[in-house]
Design a protein around this ligand. Structure first.
Ligand SMILES: *[C@@H]1O[C@H](CO)[C@@H](O)[C@H](O)[C@H]1NC(C)=O
Ligand SMILES: *[C@@H]1O[C@H](CO)[C@@H](O)[C@H](O)[C@H]1NC(C)=O
Ligand SMILES: *[C@@H]1O[C@H](CO)[C@@H](O)[C@H](O)[C@H]1NC(C)=O
Length: 975
C-alpha cells in the first residue's frame, strides 16, 4: 500500500558496539617472534599491566597494537613500569611507535638493539631514568620522525649518527647530562647540520660545550632552537640568521661571547629571543624588523653603554622586554609603556636617568615595571597602579619604603591563577592520595604532572583567561569531561620556563585505567595535545600514578612495606593494617555497587512505565514498552523492515499519536552491556539539532534493546546521488553540505560532552521532505571513550574510503577525523561517485587531477565532476568548495579546518553562489593555488601560525594516500 520505504540507516549502528571485539581480533594471532620478544621485554619488568599476564599479546595486552599479527605499536606511557629495557625489543622488527614515557622507575642503558627497529617512526622515552650513552645505533632508525629522550639521565655525547636521520621532525634531548659538542659533519662523519627537515632542536639543560660553528645553515627549517642552560662558548654564528623559519631562539644561560650578529634581525618570524646570561659584548641588536617578537630577554650580558634601542617604542607586538644589566642610559622612552600588548618591563641595574614618564595610554595589560638600581630622580606615573619597582634609584634614597611601596625591594606580585574549587564548599577531605575533582566535587586519583612551557608569548600569570583556555583545550583534546582539569602552582621557574602543575580527573569512577593512562601520556608526550598558541612549546612530565605505583603488588613495593614493618612498633603496624582493611572494605563496597549497577542500570528509572516520568536523566526521550513497539511494527513484520546490518534490523512504525518512527532493534548477539546502553541513551537524548536525526525514545525490556528515531522520508544522500531521488543540482548539494556540516559542528562544538561521530559518510546523511540534511548514527564514539572498556576506544572504527589516515595510523581519535570523512563526502557531492570505485580513491584522484591553471575548464576536474553539475563546476564557488574539501582531507589532522570553520565557509559560498555563477571568472577570494602543495600554514588569510602548528604525529610516517594502505583492517559495511 505504502510506497516502499526509503529510510535506511546504514553503517555500524550504535548497537554495533558489541560487535567491536570482532574488529579487534579478526583472527589475528601474534607472530611467534614478536611474542618471544615481548615475553623477553616483559621479563625485565616488574609492575607491567595486569593484562600482560595472559592471552595473546595482539588481542589482549594493554598498549600493544598490531597489524596482521605483527606488533606495530607499543604504548605504555605513565603505567609505572619498573626495570630496564631488554635488547630483545630489537626483535619487534615491525614496530612503528614506541612510547615508554613517564615511567620514572624504568631505566638502565638504552640497548644498542634499538637500532634494529628499522620501521620505527616515533621513539619516546621522556621522563624515565635511562642512563649511559645514547647508542650510536640510533642512527640506523632511518624512518625516525619523532625522537624524545628528554628528562632522563643520559650521559656522554650526542651521537653524530643522529645527523643521518633526515626524516627527523622533532629532536628532544633536553634535561639530561649530555656533554661535549653538538656534532657537525666532517668529511668522515655525519653531523646535525644535515638535519634540514627537523623543526625542533631541544637540547636545553645539559652540559654541552664547544662552539656552534658550522651547525646552522640556511637550508635548515628549524622553528625552535632551545640550547639554553648549557656551557656553550664562542660567538653566536651569523648563520643562524639564515634560518628564517625560526620562531623561538633560546641561547640563554651559556657562555657565548662576542657581538650578537646583525643577521639576528633577519629572523622576521621570531616570537621569542632569549640571549640572557651570556658574556655578549658590542651593542644591543637592532630588532626593529622582527615584527612578531613577543618576548625578548637580553639581560646579564656585557653590552657597550648606549641609550635605549629604538625598537623599544616601535615593536608593537612586545609583551615582555628584559634587559637587566644592559648598560643602558638616558631617559626610559615613555613610548615603551604604551605598546599595546606590553605586560612586563625589566630594566633593572642600568643607568637610566631623569624622570620616569608613564603617561598617555599605558598598556592595560602591564603588570610589572622593574627599574631597580638605575639613576631615576623623579616619577610621573599618574594612572599606573600595578607593580612598580624603583628601589636603588636616587629618587628612593630619601623615601621611606613604608610610605612609598615602590621603593621597597619586595612587592606583592599579582596572585597567579589556579583552578578554583570554591564551588565544592561541602567537599569531602580527600585521602589516600586522592584529589578533589572540580567537575563533581568528589575525590579521585588524578593523573598529575607538570607542564612546562619553554617560551610562552606572555608573562602575566594572574590573568585567568589563557589558563582557562588551557583547561578547556586539555579536557577536550584529552577526551575528559569538561572541568576535570585542575591547574595550580603556576609560576616562572628559575630557568624562566612557565611551570604549571596539572591534575586530570577520570571520567567515571575514581581511577584511570591503564589504557587511559597510556593514551593520555602519549597525547602529552608526543605533542598530540596542542595548547593555545600563546603558550608556545611545552613538555610534560607525569608523576607516578598513585594507584599503580603502590598497589599493584610488585616486588619492590612489597619489600618497602616489609622494611617499614621491620622498624615499626606493633601499634604502627596495627594502624597500617587498619588503613589497609578500611581501604579494602571501601573498595569492596564500591565494587559491589558497580556490579549491582551493571546488572540493572535502569533500576532507579522505574523501568517499564510507558511514559518518560520514570527516566529523570533523559531529556525528552521516552521509555517504550516492548508491546507498544511490537504493535506499531505489526509484530516486527517483514513489510515494516527498512534496513538491516550487523547489529540487527531497522523497522518503520507509526506510534499511537501518528508520529512516524524508525526503530533499530538489536539482535541478541550484538547487544551492548546494560550500562553502555543506558549511557548511550542518556547522551543521545541530550543531543538536539535540526541537522541531526533525533532520538525519540528507547526500549529496554524483555531482553530487547531498541532505539526509536524520528523517521526521515527522503532516503540517504548516497541514494539521492545515485539518482534514486530528486535531481541534485549544485545549489542543493551546497545546502546539503551546509546542513550536514552544521550537524557535525554541533556534535563537536556544542554537544556536552562533545561527540565524535566516527562514521561520517553519505549513507549516514539522511534527507527529509525539504531535502534538509540530517546526520544519523552519532553517539558511538563518545560513549565508548567513556566506558571502562577503554581499549575499545583505541580500535579504529569507520568505513573504508572515509577513514582518516592519521587516525588509522595513530588510533588517536579527534574531531578532525570526522572532518576528514566529511571532506570525502564533499568530494562525493562533487563527483557523484562513491569514495572508492573500481579501485580508485576519490581523494587521490582529485588531488592528482587538480589544475589551478585550468580556470575555465572545471579546475582540472572535468573527468571527475558529476555530469549533473558540470556547468556549475566552472564557477569560483565550485573551486572554493573543492579547495575546502581538500583541506578537510589533508593528511595532517592539524591542517584540517574545524567543523565550525567549514560551516562558515560553506555559508559564505552559498551567499556568493548566484553572483559568482554569473561572473564565471577567477575571483580574488580564491585561496592561492599552493593550498594544494601540503605546505601547511602557507599562504595568506589563514590564522596566524602557531609555533606548534606543525606538530602532529603521523606526518611522514604515513606513506602515500593509497586506500590500500589501510584496507585490510576493515570490513566494508553492508549498505
Ligand atoms: C629592515 O628591513 C629593511 C627593508 O627590508 C632593510 O632595509 C633594513 O636594513 C632592515 N633593518 C635591519 C636592522 O635589519
Ligand atoms: C641576571 O642576574 C641577576 C643577578 O645575578 C639575577 O638575579 C637574574 O635572575 C639574572 N637574570 C637573568 C634573566 O638571568
Ligand atoms: C642622562 O644620561 C644621558 C646619557 O648618558 C646623559 O647625556 C645625560 O646628561 C644624563 N642626564 C642627567 C640629568 O644626568
Amino acid at each position: 500500500m505504502e510506497q516502499p520505504p526509503v529510510f535506511l540507516v546504514a553503517g555500524p549502528l550504535v548497537l554495533l558496539l558489541a560487535g567491536a571485539p570482532a574488529v579487534r581480533c579478526q583472527g589475528q594471532t601474534t607472530n611467534a617472534q614478536d611474542v618471544d620478544a615481548l615475553q623477553s621485554v616483559k621479563s625485565q619488568w616488574t609492575n607491567y599491566p595486569p593484562s600482560w599476564n595472559s592471552g595473546d599479546p595482539c588481542g589482549s595486552w594493554d598498549g600493544v597494537m598490531c597489524t596482521n599479527g605483527r606488533v606495530t605499536s607499543l604504548r605504555l606511557s605513565s603505567v609505572s613500569l619498573q626495570g630496564t629495557l631488554s635488547g630483545s625489543i630489537g626483535q619487534l622488527s615491525q614496530l612503528v611507535y614506541l612510547d615508554l614515557s613517564f615511567n620514572i622507575n624504568l631505566g638502565g642503558q638504552l640497548p644498542a638493539e634499538i637500532g634494529n627497529l628499522g620501521q620505527l617512526t616515533t621513539l619516546i622515552l621522556a621522563g624515565c631514568s635511562f642512563n649511559g650513552k645514547i647508542p650510536t645505533e640510533i642512527g640506523n632508525l632511518r624512518e625516525l620522525w619523532f625522537l624524545a629522550l628528554n628528562s632522563n639521565k643520559f650521559t656522554g655525547g650526542i651521537p653524530p649518527s643522529i645527523g643521518v636521520l633526515t626524516k627527523l621532525f622533532w629532536l628532544d634531548l633536553a634535561d639530561n647530562q649530555l656533554t661535549g659538542p653538538v656534532p657537525v659533519s666532517t668529511s668522515t662523519s655525519p653531523g646535525l647540520d644535515q638535519l634540514v627537515n627537523t623543526k625542533h632542536f631541544h637540547f636545553n639543560k645539559n652540559q654541552l660545550t664547544g662552539t656552534l660553528n658550522g651547525l646552522f645553515n640556511s637550508k635548515m627549517t628549524l622553528i625552535h632552537i632551545l640550547f639554553d642552560s648549557n656551557q656553550f662558548t664562542g660567538s653566536i654564528p651569523a648563520d643562524v640568521g639564515g634560518i628564517t623559519t625560526l620562531e623561538v631562539l633560546r641561547l640563554d644561560r651559556n657562555g657565548f661571547v662576542g657581538a650578537i650578529p646583525a643577521t639576528i634581525g633577519n629572523l622576521v618570524k621570531l616570537n621569542e629571543l632569549n640571549l640572557a646570561s651570556n658574556k655578549l659584548t658590542g651593542s644591543v641588536p637592532d630588532l626593529s624588523n622582527i615584527t612578531n617578537l613577543n618576548v625578548v630577554d637580553l639581560s646579564n650580558n656585557t653590552f657597550d653603554a648606549s641609550v635605549a634601542p629604538s625598537w623599544f617604542t616601535t615593536l608593537t607586538s612586545l609583551a615582555s622586554v628584559s634587559i637587566a644589566s644592559g648598560s643602558l642610559s638616558g631617559q626610559v622612552p615613555k613610548g615603551l609603556f604604551t605598546l599595546p600588548q606590553l605586560q612586563q618591563v625589566v630594566l633593572s641595574n642600568n643607568q637610566f636617568n631623569g624622570t620616569l614618564e608613564m603617561t598617555g595610554s599605558i598598556s592595560t595589560q602591564l603588570q610589572t615595571v622593574n627599574l631597580m638600581d638605575n639613576q631615576i630622580v623623579s616619577t610621573n606615573t599618574p594612572s599606573y597602579k600595578k607593580a612598580l619597582l624603583l628601589a636603588g634609584n636616587p629618587f628612593c634614597a630619601e623615601q621611606d619604603p613604608n610610605n612609598k611601596p615602590f621603593c621597597s625591594r619586595q612587592q606583592q606580585n599579582a596572585n597567579a591563577y589556579f583552578t578554583n574549587t570554591a564551588q565544592c564548599s561541602s567537599a569531602p577531605q580527600c585521602r589516600d592520595g586522592q584529589n578533589l575533582n572540580p567537575t563533581n566535587c568528589g575525590c579521585a586519583f588524578s593523573y598529575n604532572g607538570k607542564m612546562v612551557f619553554r617560551a610562552p608569548l606572555f608573562v602575566d600569570v594572574s590573568n585567568s583567561a589563557p589558563f582557562q583556555e588551557l583547561e578547556s583545550t586539555m579536557s577536550v583534546q584529552l577526551k575528559l569531561l569538561p572541568g576535570s582539569v585542575a591547574l595550580s602552582d603556576i609560576h616562572f621557574n628559575s630557568d624562566n620556563y612557565l611551570q604549571v602543575q596539572v591534575k586530570l580527573f577520570p571520567t567515571s569512577g575514581t581511577t584511570f585505567s591503564v589504557l587511559d593512562l597510556s593514551r593520555i601520556g602519549f597525547n602529552l608526550s608526543n605533542q598530540t595535545y596542542k595548547p593555545p598558541p600563546k603558550f608556545g612549546p611545552y613538555f610534560f612530565i607525569a608523576d607516578p600514578y598513585a594507584p599503580l605505583a603502590g598497589a599493584r603488588g610488585d616486588k619492590k613495593s612489597k619489600m618497602g612495606i616489609g622494611a617499614i614493618a621491620g622498624i615499626a612498633v606493633a601499634g604502627g603496624l596495627l594502624v597500617i593494617a587498619l588503613i589497609f582493611m578500611s581501604m579494602f572494605a571501601l573498595r569492596q563496597k564500591r565494587r559491589a555497587k558497580e556490579l549491582k549497577e551493571r546488572a540493572d542500570p535502569f533500576a532507579s528509572w522505574a523501568a517499564g512505565q510507558k511514559d518518560s516520568g520514570g527516566a529523570p536523566q533523559l531529556k525528552g526521550a521516552r521509555f517504550f514498552s516492548f508491546d507498544e513497539l511490537k504493535i506499531c511494527t505489526n509484530n516486527f513484520s517483514d513489510s515494516h523492515e527498512i534496513g538491516s546490518g550487523g547489529y540487527g534490523k531497522v523497522y518503520r512504525g507509526i506510534l499511537g499519536d501518528g508520529t512516524r518512527v524508525a526503530i533499530k532493534r538489536a539482535e541478541p548477539g550484538s547487544m551492548q552491556g546494560a550500562v553502555e546502553f543506558k549511557n548511550e541513551i542518556e547522551l543521545l537524548s541530550r543531543v538536539h539539532h535540526r541537522n541531526l536525526v533525533g532520538l525519540i525514545g528507547f526500549c529496554y525490556e524483555q531482553g530487547e534493546q531498541m532505539l526509536v528515531y524520528e523517521y526521515i522520508s527522503n532516503g540517504t544522500l548516497r541514494e539521492n546521488l545515485m539518482g534514486k531521488g530528486t535531481y541534485m543540482d549544485w545549489n542543493k548539494r551546497l545546502r546539503i553540505a551546509l546542513g550536514s556540516a552544521r550537524g557535525l559542528a554541533y556534535l563537536h562544538e556544542l554537544a556536552d560532552p562533545p561527540i565524535i561521530h566516527r562514521d561520517v559518510k553519505s549513507t549516514n546523511i539522511l534527507l527529509d521532505d525539504n531535502l534538509k540534511a540530517k546526520v544519523a548514527d552519532f553517539g558511538l564514539s563518545k560513549l565508548v571513550a567513556d566506558t571502562e572498556k577503554g581499549h575499545v576506544s583505541t580500535q579504529v572504527k569507520g568505513t573504508l574510503g572515509y577513514l582518516d589516515p592519521e587516525y588509522y595510523m595513530t588510533q588517536q581519535l579527534s574531531e578532525k577525523s570526522d572532518v576528514y570523512s566529511f571532506g570525502v563526502v564533499m568530494l562525493e557531492l562533487v563527483s557523484g561517485r562513491q569514495p572508492i570505485e573500481k579501485g580508485r580513491y576519490v581523494v587521490r584522484e582529485v588531488r592528482l587531477a587538480i589544475d589551478p591553471a585550468d580556470r575555465d575548464h572545471h579546475y582540472g576536474l572535468r573527468g571527475i565532476v558529476d555530469p549533473a553539475i558540470r556547468d556549475a563546476a566552472r564557477t569560483p564557488v565550485f573551486r572554493r568548495f573543492v579547495q575546502l574539501a581538500m583541506r578537510c582531507v589533508d593528511e595532517s589532522a592539524a591542517a584540517r579546518p574545524a567543523m565550525g570553520a567549514v560551516v562558515k565557509e560553506i555559508e559564505a559560498m552559498l551567499q556568493n553562489e548566484p553572483d559568482a555563477a554569473a561572473s564565471g571568472g577567477g575571483s580574488s577570494a580564491d585561496p592561492p593555488p599552493n593550498e594544494f602543495d601540503h605546505s601547511r600554514g602557507g599562504g595568506g588569510g589563514g590564522p596566524p601560525e602557531h609555533p606548534y602548528s606543525d606538530v602532529e604525529i603521523s606526518r611522514g610516517s604515513y606513506a602515500g594516500d593509497g586506500a590500500s594502505d589501510y584496507m585490510p583492517y576493515f570490513e566494508v559495511k553492508p549498505k
